[in-house]
Write a protein that binds this ligand. Structure first.
Ligand code: SF4
Length: 685
């Protein structure tokens, strides 16, 4: 018996109150832009977390402290250097360091052939080396960043001219270019070196910034800003630059270490600062001549260069994900939970195909651990379809990825069991999990265009899947690939097998994805909003095909969608998720016809009905889902719930069984909960 809610042709089951603009709204386009920007402005919590961030990264902290120490010594050189670095004293030449025989406390690191204090020259050498390198980096960064922005954002002739200039410069090796210019320079002051080094390095920044601008300027948020009336310059500086600049400090830090080496190299070959100005490269070159009798003269400047470059590299590596959180990465391989993966049930035992208990998935962040999925439990019987519904951010996609163990690092399953065909997927090893994926569990994502490999034909991708999972020979795989496409009602399988994904329509691409996922006859298929990107007609066709495939193949399905109306047409059981938890789960007809949780009711009221009395406007759910970093201790739906009671903000309700197989987590379902309002239960019913 179908449920009493007809599938709506509207896209979403949830209408956010904030998206409804009244006809009276007469805000100008520019005001809209400002309001949007204000709403999306990030709080500066990242800078407040900087101390904690560094404390958690010991190598970065060590590198930063070492570099700041060297920089401080360079800055205070006139105050802390014991001697004038240029003052000669031939009576004290070749003095050894203080710990060597003949050493003197007056010259802690000894003297050079002209009797100049080595320690003072090294301290002033740091001053010159860092000043030149830092200034070159700043100048090169500013130049390259500006050129990269203009080139990438405006494109056309501007881009062509600037990038061809860069190509010409790149044709000359960086160091050779600096040597060629400085070799013909009559004088070499710090300003000369800064100019040569910065002009040589701008192209690195320009190219990286240009490529990121090219990527960002076409993204939806930038186009949305243009659609709201923002000017090109405003979009560039307010929208594109904040998403581009993060890479620049990282390149600059690494470039700084490189320029310290280049400056020393130029001084070493007498093309750096003019003598007698002290620099590490000059001191090293002097020491090389007397290596046999005074090795310390070469060792100390060498150590200074090595320590500076190492400290900069350590700091740059550790600070990478602070500047750009998108670079945050954990271990590449997933870490299974400890414990045995083999469960005491057999594959052919009667019972659920998939059984999840207390599953919790976390994403560690600097602001704390986000629990994207919290204590989720359910069973999925063989051949059944479980529909998972909820707003964006409710945790439904993370639930699917947790089951197939494809969470983006550093996300991981923190606790619970994922029982599937006698194994606990949360605990199986990576090799076994890789064998299960595709063969026993298939997954279909929302955007088929992004899921298919654009440089391989459909035939090649099907062939690879079939040969890997079903161990077919090439001829057998070709036949099976054709059959797989025919099974999803592709009219001309031979043409599609030869086609690349971008040559197919969205609906055809999704059919190919389904054929790929079903090619190895998996026992479980996870579908993550598989029809959201399709038009309504194609959506209906695909749903029909999925239903017939389910009957023919007997595969279980976990169907994730934000549209409860759509799920009502295909699911046997519906689980409603909110803030990472299942707030209601039960047989489809019961959930649709007799919803127990206020959130489920709100979802259903937000769906357009095409039968029964018409409504001029859809109901909305006021407010927003809770911030996952600051989940309330009580019921997460309490701030939006019209039936909220004092107990709701104190205690997160446990699931209450309301009928066989039907449960909901709400205090209204508990007889006389502490703090309940009289009549609240009746109001719900
Ligand atoms: S527990 Fe309270 S706040 Fe949560 S859904 Fe039930 S009545 Fe509403």
């Amino acid at each position: 018996m179908p449920p009493s809610i007809p599938v709506s042709s509207t896209e979403s089951g949830v209408v956010a109150e904030t998206t409804v603009l009244s006809p009276e709204a007469s805000v100008s386009a520019q005001e809209n832009v400002v309001a949007f920007e204000t709403a999306t402005k990030a709080t500066p919590t990242r800078w407040r977390d900087f101390g904690n961030y560094l404390l958690a990264r010991k190598t970065a902290l060590g590198g930063l402290i070492a570099f700041l120490l060297i920089a401080t010594i360079a800055l205070l050189a006139p105050l802390i250097a014991p001697h004038d670095p240029l003052q000669q004293n031939l009576a004290d030449n070749f003095k050894p360091p203080v710990w060597e025989e003949g050493g003197s406390t007056n010259y802690l690191l000894g003297t050079d052939p002209l009797g100049r204090d080595l320690l003072s020259r090294l301290i002033y050498g740091a001053r010159y080396s860092l000043t030149i390198s830092l200034s070159s980096v700043l100048l090169g960064t500013a130049l390259g960043f500006a050129i990269g922005l203009v080139s990438g954002y405006f494109g056309g002739l501007t881009d062509t001219v600037l990038m061809r200039l860069g190509d010409i410069q790149l044709a000359f090796p960086f160091v050779l270019f600096a040597i060629a210019v400085l070799a013909v320079s009559p004088e070499r002051t710090p300003a000369h070196l800064i100019l040569v080094l910065s002009i040589s390095s701008w192209i690195i920044y320009a190219r990286v910034v240009r490529s990121r601008v090219l990527s960002e300027r076409g993204k939806d948020y930038a186009l949305a800003a243009r659609a709201l009336g923002a000017s090109r310059w405003r979009v560039l500086f307010r929208y594109v630059v904040p998403n581009v600049w993060q890479i620049v400090p990282l390149i600059a830090l690494l470039d700084l270490g490189f320029l310290v080496i280049v400056e020393s190299l130029l001084s070493f070959i007498s093309l750096g600062l003019s003598p007698p100005t002290p620099s590490w490269g000059t001191i090293l070159a002097d020491g090389r001549q007397y290596m046999m009798i005074t090795p310390w003269m070469a060792i100390f400047p060498g150590l200074a260069i090595a320590m500076t470059v190492l400290s900069i590299s350590l700091a740059a590596d550790g600070l990478a994900d602070f500047f750009d959180p998108k670079l945050v990465h954990g271990k590449f391989h997933r870490l299974p939970l400890p414990g045995p993966a083999l469960l005491p049930t057999c594959e052919d035992d009667a019972g659920p195909l998939l059984s999840i208990r207390d599953l919790t998935t976390i994403f560690p962040t600097r602001a704390g651990s986000i629990e994207a999925v919290r204590n989720v439990s359910f069973d999925l019987a063989p051949g059944q379809v479980l529909g998972v519904v909820g707003e964006s951010g409710s945790g439904k996609s993370t639930l699917g990825l947790s089951i197939i163990q494809l969470l983006d690092a550093p996300g991981r399953v923190a606790q619970g069991e994922i029982r599937f065909m006698g194994r606990d997927l949360a605990r199986v090893g990576n090799t076994e999990m890789a064998a299960i994926r595709g063969a026993k569990i298939g997954m279909i994502f929302q955007d088929p265009g992004a899921s298919l490999n654009p440089v391989l034909t459909v035939g090649a991708q099907l062939d690879e899947t079939l040969r890997q999972h079903r161990k077919l020979r090439p001829a057998q795989a070709r036949v099976a690939a054709r059959q797989a496409l025919a099974a999803v009602h592709i009219a001309d399988p031979d043409r599609v097998l030869r086609a690349y994904p971008f040559q197919l329509s969205g609906g055809m691409q999704q059919r190919v994805m389904i054929a790929l996922a079903l090619a190895s006859a998996p026992a479980l298929l996870i579908l993550d909003e598989p029809t959201s990107a399709l038009d309504v007609t194609t959506q209906a066709q695909l749903l029909d095909e999925l239903a017939s495939l389910r009957e023919r193949l007997g595969a279980s399905m976990l169907f994730i969608s934000h549209d409860i109306a759509l799920l009502s047409g295909i699911a046997d059981t519906i689980a409603v998720m909110y803030a990472g938890q299942i707030c209601e789960i039960g047989p489809r007809d019961q959930v649709i016809d007799s919803p127990q949780h206020p959130y489920t009711q709100a979802l259903l009221h937000a769906v357009e009905r095409v039968t029964g009395p018409g409504r001029s406007r859809l109901d909305t759910i006021p407010g927003d889902p809770p911030d996952p970093t600051q989940l309330p201790t009580g019921c997460p739906f309490a701030p939006r719930c019209p039936f909220s009671m004092p107990v709701c903000v104190e205690i997160n309700p446990a699931p209450v069984v309301t009928a066989p197989g039907h449960s909901a987590a709400c205090h209204l379902l508990v007889p006389d909960p502490v703090g309940s309002r009289n009549g609240a239960r009746e109001a719900l019913v």
